[in-house]
Write a protein that binds this ligand. Structure first.
Ligand code: BES
Ligand code: MN
Ligand code: ZN
Length: 491
């Protein structure tokens, strides 16, 4: 899907050659001409209300070149309102299978965040998973032209950024959605290798022997039950203009989580194909970085394996030695995410990172705590936590800071090892984070628990691509040069 931006008035947009025209109408806006009269009349009759998402629809309206015309109310043009308006507009247009779409903003200036919100929401709503369907119905929408009465450089930058973000988010959704037999650790490694072909990106993949040589006893313990061989993926994006230490992203890559010997119940177990959503988000971020080429240095680490029950599988009570040298009593083999992440965190130390952020569908407890609205954010570093919270607000990909008091680590004590891998049921997402913190050492570290936000269940089942938007926003804010977000900060 390709985005463009053009300078056009509302009158000019009526001659746009696209299949459909969506006019985003801010509350109270008045315009001369037939379209303005149309809206005024509908308003007087109470048929067009100032509430984001209300719509007027017409087909083949005289004076409008597009076959489909939609006028959508969108509040004051805040990103939140625009997301609602675009979602409603796409809901109405979807059956028409349009190939091209013109969007006209009928108000004054639009902020870069608002532009991004319009385009990313449209992409999000029109995405369709197809890769394992025998008769795929691919998305027809290929071209989107946004028109504003005055187009600035910042507007163009916002469109460019939205385009890159959509590419990254869709790559993340694609990999997270793929069934576990189509998204094995090796498949993920091949996807990462493909990213390594982009300028500035390189990729190295380690297999079981190399991981053993590194002493990743905790990661290896999880992989013991799996017939599919594990992969440890190391991605690097480095711009020639980048200075200083890298940011390291670590994505949980459990391609299927049965729970292992501590097996999960059957109901909804299929959703554990999404347990590599953290890994998918790392792949997505690298896709976006490759498209934008910002002045940054970013590493991506993905410990990838299945968590399976088997004669060789790790058993409750087994004690393993992590790469850090700390020993772990594995009381519950279903708490496997932390076991693969802890060795990846130790591996991250060699890069002397300015920040390490792990992204994981880590705990059901986080779904209970925060639901599908905000991801859980854990960090003892106030500056890093604030930067991630800000990135969430800017991008609309929200997170919420959770506590890390040392008292929460009490339950992780073990008689047979330096620590256990689980504590009690209470505050499960926090005790999981406390476990990870023991492996972050002195590095500035943050953990995003995306168990509630990475995918939707039920009729809408599917990956969301979160938190690619949050991570990209955070990273671009770290880039010294004039990226979209850098400019926005200083404006
Ligand atoms: N991948 C799951 C977490 C999960 C569960 C995410 C449900 C989304 C929905 C993770 O590996 C897990 O099984 N966690 C356990 C930890 C427990 C054994 C301490 C959990 O949350 O039940
Ligand atoms: Mn598990
Ligand atoms: Zn898991």
């Amino acid at each position: 899907m390709k985005f463009e931006i053009r300078q056009m008035t509302l009158a000019q947009s009526q001659t746009a050659p696209q299949d459909a025209l969506v006019v985003l109408w801010p509350d109270g806006a008045e315009h001369q001409g037939p379209m303005g009269d149309w809206v005024r009349k509908a308003r007087q009759n109470g048929d067009f209300k100032d509430a984001a998402g209300t719509m007027l629809q017409s087909y083949g309206m005289p004076g409008v070149r597009a076959r489909h015309l939609l006028v959508v109310a969108c509040g004051q043009g805040q990103p939140r309102d625009l997301r609602k308006a675009m979602r409603a507009a796409w809901g109405a247009l979807q059956p028409a299978k349009v190939k091209s779409l013109a969007i006209c903003w009928a108000g004054g200036a639009l902020s870069p965040q608002a532009i991004e919100a319009v385009l990313t929401t449209l992409a999000d709503a029109s995405y369709a998973y197809v890769s394992t369907l025998s008769k795929p119905q691919p998305r027809t929408l290929a071209q989107v032209v946004l028109s504003l009465t005055h187009v600035t450089q910042a507007d163009k930058t916002a469109v460019h950024k939205a385009q890159a973000l959509v590419r990254g988010t869709e790559l993340a959704r694609e990999w997270a959605n793929r069934p576990a037999n189509h998204a094995t650790p090796n498949h993920l490694a091949l996807a990462a290798k493909a990213l390594g072909k982009h300028p500035g990106v390189s990729c190295k993949v380690l297999g079981p022997r190399e991981v053993e040589r590194l002493g990743m006893g905790s990661f290896l313990a999880v992989a013991r039950g799996a017939a599919e061989p594990l992969r440890f993926i190391v991605l690097e994006y480095k711009s020639a203009k980048a200075k200083g230490a890298p940011v390291v992203l670590v994505g949980k890559g459990i391609t299927f989580d049965t729970g292992g010997i501590s097996m999960k119940p059957a109901a909804e177990m299929d959703e554990m194909k999404f347990d590599m959503s953290g890994a998918a988000s790392v792949l997505g971020v690298f896709e976006s970085l490759a498209a934008l080429q910002p002045a940054l240095h970013v590493m991506g680490l993905i410990p990838a394996t299945e968590n399976m029950p088997d004669g060789m599988a790790v058993k409750p009570g087994d004690v393993v030695t992590s790469m850090s040298g700390q020993t772990i009593e594995i009381l519950n083999t279903d708490a496997e995410g932390r076991l693969v992440l802890c060795d990846a965190l130790t591996y991250a130390e060699r890069f002397k990172p300015k920040a390490v952020i792990d992204i994981a569908t880590l705990t059901g407890a986080c779904v209970i705590a925060l639901g599908a609205v905000r991801s859980g954010l854990f960090s003892a570093d106030d500056a890093l936590a604030q930067a991630l919270l800000d990135a969430g607000e800017q991008s609309g990909d929200l997170c919420w800071r959770m506590p890390l008091d040392d008292d929460y680590a009490e339950g992780l004590k073990s008689k047979f090892a330096d620590m256990a891998n689980v504590a009690g049921r209470a505050a499960g997402s926090v005790t999981a984070a406390k476990f990870l913190q023991k492996f972050a050492g002195k590095m500035p570290w943050a953990h995003l628990d995306i168990a509630g936000t990475a995918w939707r269940s039920g009729a809408q089942k599917g990956a969301t691509g979160r938190p690619v938007a949050l991570l990209l926003e955070y990273l671009l804010a770290q880039a010294p040069s004039a990226t979209a977000s850098g400019k926005r900060k200083s404006a």
